[in-house]
Design a protein around this ligand. Structure first.
Ligand SMILES: [Cu+2]
Length: 149
């Protein structure tokens, strides 16, 4: 009896852990890239297509990376002919929805590399959701001279 009970507890824990981990596999960023910047650059921008493959809405409330002092979601816009950007706030994605982060629009602003960030490097960026979960995504650096970008 005692053994059975402890086994049941363990199974419950595993199910709970799996449930807590599930968002990781269900939020994907395709074509994740960082625009290459000159050595010593203080700010870099990351782009890609975020897709919510979960059955529920997701709300991205924050973004972070151990490789940068701060990461935020920005939106580029033009005001009176001047290019500027502002914080974009929370990103909400309905089930199945994708949003594009691309030059001239939404982007992740990477500020203050914690170590020299060169043009061959990759960055790991974490998305933080309103339910307390997080997903990790790899971004490769791409030279702006690349024709497709
Ligand atoms: Cu920005």
């Amino acid at each position: 009896m005692h053994l059975l009970q402890s086994q049941r507890v363990r199974v419950c824990c595993m199910v709970w852990l799996l449930a807590a981990c599930s968002p990781a596999a269900d939020v994907v960023i395709d074509d994740a890239w960082i625009r290459a910047a000159p050595p010593g650059a203080h700010m870099l921008a990351a782009y890609g297509t975020i897709t919510n493959q979960r059955g529920d809405e997701i709300v991205i409330q924050g973004v972070e990376s151990a490789q940068f002092a701060s990461v935020s979601v920005h939106e580029s816009l033009e005001i009176n002919g001047t290019a500027t950007m502002r914080p974009a706030g929370d990103l909400r994605l309905a089930p199945g929805q994708s949003i594009d982060l691309r030059p001239g629009g939404l982007h992740f602003m990477l500020m203050g590399p914690t170590a020299e960030f060169d043009r061959t490097q990759q960055a790991t960026i974490r998305l933080l959701f309103d339910d307390g979960s997080a997903t990790e995504h790899r971004f490769s650096t791409s030279d702006p001279a690349t024709p497709t970008r």
